[in-house]
Design a protein around this ligand. Structure first.
Ligand SMILES: CC(C)(COP(=O)(O)OP(=O)(O)OC[C@H]1O[C@@H](n2cnc3c(N)ncnc32)[C@H](O)[C@@H]1OP(=O)(O)O)[C@@H](O)C(=O)NCCC(=O)NCCS
Length: 216
């Protein structure tokens, strides 16, 4: 899912600190118009999963998953080398520090196996962000995508105080459509972007809160 959207409430400035666990971290990204401190990067637990910050060594399993043809098609991206994945994981803490993107590695709690990533990206100071997720083949259709996204969506609304989450689904991608609909997202538009048909879904805080109060 790839999206840049506007609207919502203002977030704001806080001193930037570098708690990057990776050695040789890069220049921090800077956002100057936040109105509240950015929260800690997500480190979350669900029944079966741990959503945690990347660690050195994750790049091997994550590159293999991220380069699966189905994931590349869903993200409309090209393959990454292990080095490029490592570099991208190294940037995760700085992006969270500057409140532009929050990523979490998805791990099976019982085994420690890394099975994918979930991300809130294009986080906008006005309170919007875009949800992206990818899961490895051997763990698909077991409810892990839903479990990880449900928790990341909760975190986004509760901790980031987001107003609206977006999700872009490229092409037919029945799995992504089912996933976002089950999370309560509603379709807002379909447009042609180059060779791709992109369907945009959104979930507003109020609608999410209503589903929470119904215990869904
Ligand atoms: C989309 C994706 C994350 C779903 O992960 P998952 O762990 O297999 O999903 P879950 O098992 O939690 O299922 C979530 C919903 O999707 C449905 N679903 C899962 N795979 C499906 C498929 N291949 N076809 C149709 N529906 C599917 C499930 O039935 C479920 O809906 P339901 O509760 O109404 O039955 C995974 O297929 C994936 O990584 N795809 C490639 C990347 C991608 O498309 N990311 C999302 C867009 S960026």
């Amino acid at each position: 899912m790839v999206a840049v959207h506007g609207g919502g409430r203002a977030l704001a400035s806080s001193p930037l600190t570098n708690n990057n666990p990776w050695s040789g971290s890069r220049e921090l990204f800077r956002v100057t118009d936040r109105t509240r401190p950015s929260p800690e990067a997500p480190s979350l637990r669900t029944d079966r999963l741990i959503l945690r910050q990347p660690r050195p060594g994750d790049e091997l399993s994550l590159t293999a998953i991220r380069n699966l043809p189905r994931v590349l098609a869903a993200l409309n991206k090209t393959e990454l080398t292990v080095d490029a994945m490592r570099a991208s994981l190294e940037e995760v803490p700085a992006k969270a520090e500057s409140a532009v993107e929050y990523s979490a590695v998805i791990e099976i709690a019982a085994t420690g196996a890394v099975i994918g990533m979930v991300r809130l990206e294009s986080v906008h100071p006005t309170g919007t962000a875009s949800l992206t997720v990818w899961i490895g083949h051997d763990q698909r259709e077991r409810g892990c995508g839903m479990e990880a996204c449900r928790e990341m969506v909760r975190w986004g609304f509760e901790e980031l105080q987001l107003e609206t989450l977006f999700a872009d689904v490229i092409g037919t991608n029945g799995a992504a459509r089912s996933l976002v609909r089950r999370l309560g997202f509603e379709q807002v538009s379909t447009e042609q972007r180059g060779a791709q048909q992109v369907t945009t879904f959104h979930l507003r805080r109020q609608a999410w809160a209503a589903t929470m109060s119904l215990g869904r």
